[in-house]
Design a protein around this ligand. Structure first.
Ligand code: NAD
Length: 498
């Protein structure tokens, strides 16, 4: 068989036609104000597109369209198996357009094209297919009330879902909300991040092509403090599904309280501990996984293993290995399929990460690798993979989410101390422990206050398991059947048989 010709991503980038307008009630429209904002590519710092800057007026229009669609039953009234067929078609259309979508994602957000295509788009399609396939297999309940009554416990869609999502996995984070919300029969108004709005805008028309009725999926590009806030404060939004920073998550709770007490589901930040015991089985494997845990996606991952908490006796040996592997994550052109570390999403985020690197130095931690901005000539935003050694639990780089390729190394002498350090932050998204001892593994997995604990691995992933945080990492869970809880109301219907 002849080899598939390599894709010339630069050439394709030159030929791209981008959708840049809001998608309301089944069609693309300008923002009511006519305003746009510049969408800058982190790859080279150039303006990629001028995108509709929606605000409260557009939110009103989108929510009204979503409500009309919901009340009409055009989607909410379809049987689960009908919705399944349409969502499977939607998934196939996304799959057919995966190269275009991956390219848009990379240009918009800076991640390596190979990751956009093989990780993000593959996961987007899988997520949508999974919820489509699940929804006609979920049964409701009959309560064991006794012979004098029949009590049905049924799930109903909540109505209009507002989804506000971040930029680190732009389409995937959107799909973690859209797929279960749509499968349950809701209408959705999605606000992508202003830093990466383009793939969400593009898939909206694919949804309509697949047969999702007008008004059921609306996409509003725009800023958080305008469009996002208006959506979160809207009196006719029933549920707010948010992924983003803990600071914005707090605001979402306030907006709900100030408006209609809409349900608020938060998937927020992390500062995840990656604990390595001296008895771990394979230091080389630990090093590879630990490097990937912080350098994949430029470290712009909620679940990043940003705190390496290693038993003192093996610190030097492990650090040497991680540093060697870290050197192979060379920041490069995101459109080159060989690149493993792409661009940081924008200039402000680059500055934030550089400030943390500076603060680590100032507080006395030692830079074991990297620490500098690179590839400035490209016009884009690139930072070397960076490893700090000698970090103490009180330092800022041990406590705050950096959201960049920066690893903080801390040490411990006993398992109790490791757990104490692991839990001594505001976050509780994920954690990991590496040990050969099954008792230690179970004890520590129980003791780590996080929504997900990995044992002898990091970032293992499957749509079948819930994802979300303890503490200020949020509430509720994305993925798995548990996500359906966010997008449905429980109703009890009590029928007297007496
Ligand atoms: P962010 O909080 O700045 O923005 C997230 C979204 O909220 C964007 O769409 C933004 O426009 C909007 N927003 C901002 N201010 C708003 C306001 N006042 N009102 C309404 N909407 C507003 O976060 P970010 O920088 O886009 O994303 C990075 C964060 O996301 C990190 O903290 C990361 O850990 C977190 N994250 C969490 C998960 C998870 O599953 N727990 C997954 C991915 C990212």
């Amino acid at each position: 068989m002849p080899a598939t010709p390599a894709i010339d991503w630069r050439l394709r980038a030159g030929e791209l036609k981008l959708q840049t307008r809001a998608f309301i009630d089944g069609g693309y429209v300008d923002a009511a104000s006519g305003e746009t904002f510049d969408c800058i590519s982190p790859v080279d710092g150039r303006v990629l597109a001028r995108v509709a800057a929606t605000d409260a007026a557009d939110v009103d229009a989108a929510v009204a369209a979503a409500r009309r669609a919901f009340v009409s039953g055009s989607w909410s009234g379809r049987s689960p198996s009908q919705r399944k067929r349409t969502l499977l078609k939607f998934a196939e259309l996304i799959r057919d357009h995966r190269e275009e979508l991956a390219l848009i994602e990379t240009l918009d957000m800076g991640k390596p094209i190979t990751d956009s295509l093989k990780v993000d788009m593959a996961a987007v399609v899988n997520c949508l297919r999974w919820y489509a396939e699940a929804i006609d297999k979920v049964y409701d309940e009959v309560a064991p009330t006794g012979p004098q009554a029949l009590a049905l416990i049924t799930r109903e869609p909540v109505g209009v879902v507002g989804a506000v999502v971040p930029w680190n996995f732009p389409l995937l984070m959107a799909m973690w909300k859209l797929a279960p919300a749509l499968a349950c029969g809701n209408s959705v108004v999605l606000k992508p991040s202003e830093k990466s709005p383009l793939t969400a805008i593009r898939v909206a028309e694919l949804a309509v092509e697949a047969g999702i009725p007008a008004g059921v999926l609306n996409v509003l590009p725009g800023f958080g403090h305008t469009a996002g806030k208006a959506l979160a404060l809207h009196m006719d939004v029933d549920c707010l599904a948010f992924t983003g920073s803990t600071a914005t998550g707090r605001l979402m709770l306030q907006y709900s309280g100030q408006s209609n007490m809409k349900r608020v589901w938060l998937e927020c930040g992390g500062k995840s501990p990656n604990i390595v015991m001296a008895d771990c089985a394979d230091l080389e494997r630990v090093a590879r996984a630990s490097a990937a845990a912080i350098f994949f996606n430029q470290g712009e991952m909620c679940s990043a293993g940003s705190r390496l908490i290693v038993e003192e006796s093996i610190r030097d040996a492990l650090l040497e290995k991680i540093t060697a592997i870290g050197r192979t994550f060379v920041p490069g052109d995101p459109l080159d399929p060989q690149t493993r570390l792409g661009a940081i999403v924008d200039a402000p985020q680059l500055q934030t990460v550089m400030n943390y690197i500076e603060s680590g130095r100032a507080e006395g931690a030692r830079v074991a690798l990297g620490g500098k901005r690179v590839r400035e000539d490209s016009g884009g935003f690139y930072i070397e993979p960076t490893i700090f050694d000698g970090v103490t639990p009180q330092m800022k780089i041990a406590r705050e989410e950096i959201f960049g390729p920066v690893l903080s190394t801390l040490t411990f002498k006993s398992a109790e101390e490791a757990v104490r350090i692991a839990n001594d932050v505001d976050f509780g998204l994920v954690g990991a422990v590496w040990t050969r001892d099954v008792t230690t593994a179970h004890r520590m997995a129980r003791a780590i206050r996080a929504g997900m604990v990995y044992v002898n691995c990091y970032d293992a992933d499957d749509i079948t398991v819930p994802f979300g945080g303890f503490k200020q990492s949020g509430n509720g869970r994305d993925k798995s059947l548990h996500a359906l809880d966010k997008y449905t109301e429980l109703k009890t219907t009590w029928i007297d048989l007496g």
